[in-house]
Design a protein around this ligand. Sequence first.
Ligand code: SAJ
Length: 436
Amino acid sequence: MLTETELTVVVMGLGYIGLPTAAVIARTGARVLGVDVTESVVETINSGRVHIEEVDLDGLVSGVVARGTLRASMTIEPADVFVIAVPTPFDDDHAPDIGYVLNAATTIAPVLKPGDTIILESTSPVGTTEQVRDLLAKLRPDIRVPGRAGEQADIAIAYCPERVLPGRILVELIDNDRVIGGITPRCARKALTFYRRFVRGACVTTTARAAEMTKLTENAFRDVNIAFANELSLIADTMGVDVWEVIRLANRHPRVNILQPGPGVGGHCIAVDPWFLVHAAPDQTPLIRTAREVNDGKTDHVIAQVAALVESMPGAPVACLGLAFKANIDDFRESPALKVAQAVAQAFGDRVRIVEPYARTLPAALAQTGATLVDVDTAIETCPIMVVLVDHDVFKSIPLEERADKAVLDTRGIWPDQPRPVISAAARSGSQRQPG
Ligand code: SAJ
């Protein structure tokens, strides 16, 4: 039996999931090698630093690198367990691209040996783990893969989706329950033994296909429920009712729990994963597809609302509060706030002041428009129009007396005491033309 220090683990992909996962496993005493295709990422980690912002990750990584239990490299090495945590983007037709997963499997193949375990964590279309198995079987005909040679397989292959929330990754990696889907039950049990080293939550085993669909289901569930809230916000705007008050009141019902409307859904998960289901079963997914369209449409609606408000006050500077895809993080991927700020800046140029405490400089495309990055106090002093795009704590803390005389469009409902903006019905409903 392996002792704590003898287990060797390779984590493929050192991004938002791979790096925290590698560091948490290294903390258990296992010897972990993180493999990434980007040289600067490898160098940064080997010097004990991090290339992404996540609460407490810097301290953890510097500790495990200093102890020698975590190293990074661009080159694969043999190991007992291989964890694949690479991106699975989609193309323009919303077709999932599992190329990075298959590349990772191709990289692992030459160093595989009997007894090894391969675990896919990347969000993946149903059937991907079997495709990994088939690819490994082709590349290494000398090794018996599971599900083909029955329980006589030489290696174990499983799917175990990550489900951690950015901003709470290190806590949720330990505390969340894990769904572990094996190509065979024996594969699932092998992977379960591995997760038991660092997971405090329950570890539940199933098939690889069920685990793959479970992950997609979780994020589609959230997307559909946010779409409901966003649709409510459009109805409430049309009727001149405060949507956040309606939701607060409706949620007093014991079986109602409505989520929050916003400027759209961002991040690299919830705005992406439901398409994997739509792509796989287009005729069975009218609800999931419509939810995606409602959430993307909400961003366009907000852009039109902001344009109408800014046009109604000629020459007045406008502050866009926030660029991140959600509160209190520095992640701008697929951010609706960024999309709104970009469109508004494109239309109104140097009238636009951006406030983003999590950015040191503006993204290049925004800077080109003439928009400037300012701090929150400057925005309050200089901008009669304020648009809340992200519910960062620092924005929530602005008291009414500092914004009472502003024309405010609050897409996140952080200032319930704000007097309603003096904007036309057309602007409320976002029915004016798009800017630009
Ligand atoms: N949002 C709303 N209204 C809400 C809740 C969220 O508009 O009531 C927006 C956010 O502002 C953001 C987007 O939705 O733009 C997504 O944010 P999120 O906090 O809902 O989720 P993510 O993308 O940070 O993380 C999700 C999580 N999945 C679920 O909650 C089902 C996380 O557990 C997953 O690990 C992660 O996706 C992932 O990697 O798949």
